[in-house]
Design a protein around this ligand. Structure first.
Ligand code: GLN
Length: 304
């Protein structure tokens, strides 16, 4: 039996001592206010036991981690029709890249870059009367926690400054891959990014992705086959132009966000979540990358 307590204790201390703290994202004004000293770690194993360190209970802006929830809800709702609107190939580009050739054809490379997540939001807006409420309800049901909510100041901050997302949305709109008004679709997108959760809550929300679709309450939220596909997309596309590096260093499917969160999982074994707001130049948490590399190296647990 792996002693997660001992390993996480070592990872936490080593990371604080050795890892560069990176730079907090400044392009979203509300995120720039967060202290760079924060660092939390939480591991949830397949039996439901938790090991946690540091600021693991503090809620942070999960940002692009939420793209997985949007994807899961859209896939659950419309099934394989989803793939006629968005691809499944890694982009090798930054998260907000305007890959003109692809966007001119209207089909973004994958659902975990901004353009792809915007298409997913368009699908959700078409499918549900109140898509924002539906997404929130979905995340609350995955975690069995109704206290989870959007941070409305963060959503407003992005609405006021997210010009590249408007550009991507208008390009796709002009090429026929957005069926709803850009403002409506981006309103959902910005709220999705502004979901606020702790390391512990994110770990619980990803439990079904580690556990063949069943949450900690043993409710089946997604079919096994869909979980397989979402985890594959996380592995190949979850870290933008650092997806290869993350697979190489850590060796787990996962997803990062510019709020400094990273979630990664080993099917049937554990979900692990780190939060430290300082980012590397590719927009991934520096301490998070360091901590997860140490964790899979020390525990000898990865998909490889
Ligand atoms: N809300 C951010 C944006 O759209 C999400 C980016 C991220 O977390 N990588 O730019």
């Amino acid at each position: 039996m792996t002693d997660f307590n001992k390993i996480l204790d070592q990872v936490y201390k080593e990371t604080l001592a050795n890892a560069d703290t990176g730079k907090v994202a400044r392009y979203i004004p509300e995120l720039a206010k967060i202290s760079n000293d924060k660092f939390g770690l939480c591991l949830l194993d397949a039996k439901g036991s938790r090991v946690a360190y540091g600021d693991w209970e503090e809620r942070f802006s999960i940002q692009s981690i939420s793209k997985v929830f949007g994807l899961a809800l859209a896939f659950k709702r419309i099934g394989n029709k989803l793939w006629s609107r968005v691809g499944v190939e890694p982009s090798g580009d930054p998260f907000n890249h305007l890959s003109l050739l692809e966007l001119e054809q209207g089909i973004p490379r994958n659902p975990l870059i901004n353009a792809g997540a915007i298409v997913v939001c368009d699908i959700l807006v078409s499918e549900f009367k109140d898509a924002k409420k539906e997404v929130l309800q979905f995340v609350r049901s995955l975690t069995n926690d109704d206290s989870i909510d959007f941070n409305f100041s963060v959503a407003a901050s992005e609405k006021a400054t997210g010009f590249k997302n408007y550009a991507a949305a208008y390009l796709m709109k002009s090429n026929g891959n957005l069926n709803n008004p850009v403002e409506t679709v981006l309103d959902l997108y910005f709220h999705l990014c502004a979901l606020e959760m702790s390391c512990s809550q994110v770990a619980t929300a990803f439990f079904p992705f580690m556990n063949h679709g069943r949450c900690t309450q043993n409710i089946q939220h997604l079919e096994v086959n869909k979980i397989k596909r979402i985890n594959a997309i996380m592995l190949t596309c979850g870290f933008y132009d650092e997806a290869g590096e993350f697979a190489f260093e850590v060796g787990l499917p996962g997803k990062s966000g510019v709020g400094g969160g990273i979630v990664a999982l080993l099917p049937q074994q554990f979900c692990i979540v780190s939060w430290s707001p300082g980012l590397n130049p590719k927009g991934n948490s520096t301490r998070g990358m360091y901590a997860l590399e140490r964790f899979t190296t020390l525990s000898e647990l990865s998909i490889f």
